[in-house]
Design a protein around this ligand. Structure first.
Ligand SMILES: [Zn+2]
Length: 383
C-alpha cells in the first residue's frame, strides 16, 4: 500500500520513492511507488502531474485500492527515484477545494442545504446543493465565506478513532467506508474529505462566486478562488479594456454603450429591411412580361427578400426567378403561376450545381454555378 504523503501535508512537493510496480497498459506505464505526494483523481478533484525520475507523470489515478502514476516512460522496479509534483496547479486546486468547503459550510449552517456534487475542472469549479437560495442570499454567503478566508483560521486533516468519529458532527457527501479522514476548518467546519487542502483559510484568498443556476431541484454554483480568481479578474479587465477601446467610451460606460449600440442595430436592421422591400416593389413595378421567363440578380437580398420580390412578380411573367450572391454561390427563388415548377428542380440542381426544391408554385435553393449560367437556366430551360 502506497503511503499518502499528501495526507500528512498538502505542501510536500519533492520526495524520494521506491518503484514497486511498473505495468504496461494500453501504451501507458502504470507506476506504483512505496509513497507519493501525488493526489489520485477522486472526490471531484483531478489527479496530480509531475515527474518521477525522468518519467513525466501525466495523471495519477486509483486502480482499485492502488494509487498508480501514469507515464509514457517506464521506471525500473526496485529502484529509488526523486519525484517532483507540478505544485502550482495543485496549489490552485487546494485553494479552490478549501474554498468549496468554506462555502459549503456556510450554506449548511445558514440554510441546512448539503453539497451533493463537486467538480474542479480545468477552467472553473462547480458544486451543487439540494436547495435553492436567492441572489441576495448568495451574496451574503459569499461575504461570509470571504470573512472566514480573511480570518486565516487553521485547516487540519486527521483520521479520528471510531469512537471519536461517532462523537463528531461532520458533513459528508454520502456513505463512507474504511477510515474516515476529517478536514477541519477550525471553528467553522468538519467535513469528511480525502483531498489535500491549504493549511490556513487565508491561503484560499478571494472566494468569488461567478454565478449559479437551478439544477436538479437545487442549485449549481460556479466559483473560483485564489490565483484562479485573480486570473479571472485579469481576463475580465482586459476584455473590458478592449470593449472600451472598441466603443470609444470609458470602461464604466461600456454596458450602456453596448445597450445603445444594440438598439441602434435593431433600428438599422428594420430600416434595411424596409429599404429592401421598397427596392423589391420598384423592381416589380418595372416588370411586365406575362409570356416570358425573367431572371434577375439583386445584391444583398436574403432568401426572404427574394421570396417577397418573387411573390410581387409571380403574375407578371410566365416564370420569374431572382438570385442573390452569398458566400460562394447564389440564393435562388423561382415562382410561376403558369408552369408547374417541381419537375424542373432536378435539371436546375444539375446545371446550377447545387440544391433546389419546393412546390409547383415556388422553388428555393442554393446554387454554385455562375450568374450568367443561372440566368440562362431559368430563362431557357423552364419550357
Ligand atoms: Zn473535500
Amino acid at each position: 500500500m502506497t503511503e499518502k504523503l499528501y495526507d500528512i501535508s498538502g505542501r510536500i512537493k519533492d520526495f524520494d520513492c521506491l518503484v514497486l510496480r511498473c505495468d504496461l497498459s494500453d501504451g501507458k506505464y502504470l507506476i506504483e511507488t512505496d509513497k507519493t505526494a501525488f493526489f489520485p483523481e477522486s472526490a471531484g478533484q483531478c489527479g496530480d502531474t509531475g515527474t518521477i525520475g525522468d518519467a513525466v507523470i501525466t495523471d495519477t489515478v486509483y486502480d482499485g485500492d492502488r494509487i498508480v502514476h501514469i507515464s509514457g516512460s517506464p521506471l525500473e522496479v526496485g529502484k529509488r527515484y526523486s519525484a517532483r509534483l507540478d505544485y502550482a496547479p495543485r496549489y490552485r486546486r487546494m485553494q479552490n477545494h478549501t474554498g468549496e468547503h468554506i462555502v459549503s459550510s456556510v450554506m449548511h449552517r445558514r440554510f441546512g442545504f448539503s453539497n451533493v456534487g463537486f467538480h474542479i475542472g480545468e477552467r472553473e469549479m462547480t458544486f451543487d446543493f439540494d436547495g435553492v437560495i436567492t441572489p441576495e442570499q448568495m451574496k451574503e454567503v459569499e461575504d461570509e465565506a470571504n470573512e472566514i478566508s480573511a480570518k486565516n483560521v487553521a485547516v487540519k486533516a486527521y483520521y479520528p478513532s471510531e469512537s471519536a468519529l461517532a462523537a463528531l458532527d461532520y458533513r459528508s457527501k454520502g456513505e463512507l467506508d474504511g477510515r474516515v479522514r476529517i478536514v477541519e476548518i477550525e471553528g467553522v467546519d468538519l467535513c469528511a474529505c480525502c483531498a489535500p487542502h491549504v493549511e490556513r483559510t487565508g491561503e484560499v484568498g478571494m472566494i468569488k462566486i461567478l454565478g449559479f443556476i437551478h439544477y436538479k431541484g437545487g442549485i449549481r454554483i460556479r466559483m473560483k478562488c485564489g490565483f484562479d480568481a485573480l486570473d479571472d479578474f485579469r481576463n475580465r479587465i482586459s476584455r473590458e479594456e478592449r470593449i472600451s477601446r472598441l466603443l470609444c467610451v470609458p470602461q464604466e460606460e461600456t454596458a450602456d454603450a453596448v445597450a445603445s449600440l444594440s438598439s441602434a442595430l435593431v433600428q438599422a436592421k428594420r430600416e434595411f429591411s424596409e429599404a429592401k422591400k421598397r427596392l423589391a416593389e420598384a423592381i416589380a413595378a418595372g416588370i411586365d412580361s406575362p409570356d416570358k421567363n425573367v431572371c434577375i440578380a439583386v445584391d444583398g437580398f436574403a432568401t426572404d427578400d427574394l421570396r417577397y420580390l418573387c411573390n410581387l412578380c409571380a403574375e407578371k411573367c410566365r416564370v420569374f426567378a431572382a438570385l442573390s450572391e452569398t458566400d460562394g454561390g447564389f440564393s435562388v427563388v423561382c415562382v410561376s403561376r403558369k408552369v408547374p415548377l417541381r419537375q424542373y428542380a432536378k435539371i436546375i440542381c444539375e446545371k446550377g450545381k447545387g440544391k433546389c426544391g419546393g412546390s409547383d408554385l415556388m422553388l428555393t435553393g442554393r446554387l454554385a454555378a455562375g450568374k450568367e449560367t443561372l440566368i440562362g437556366i431559368f430563362e431557357e430551360e423552364i419550357i
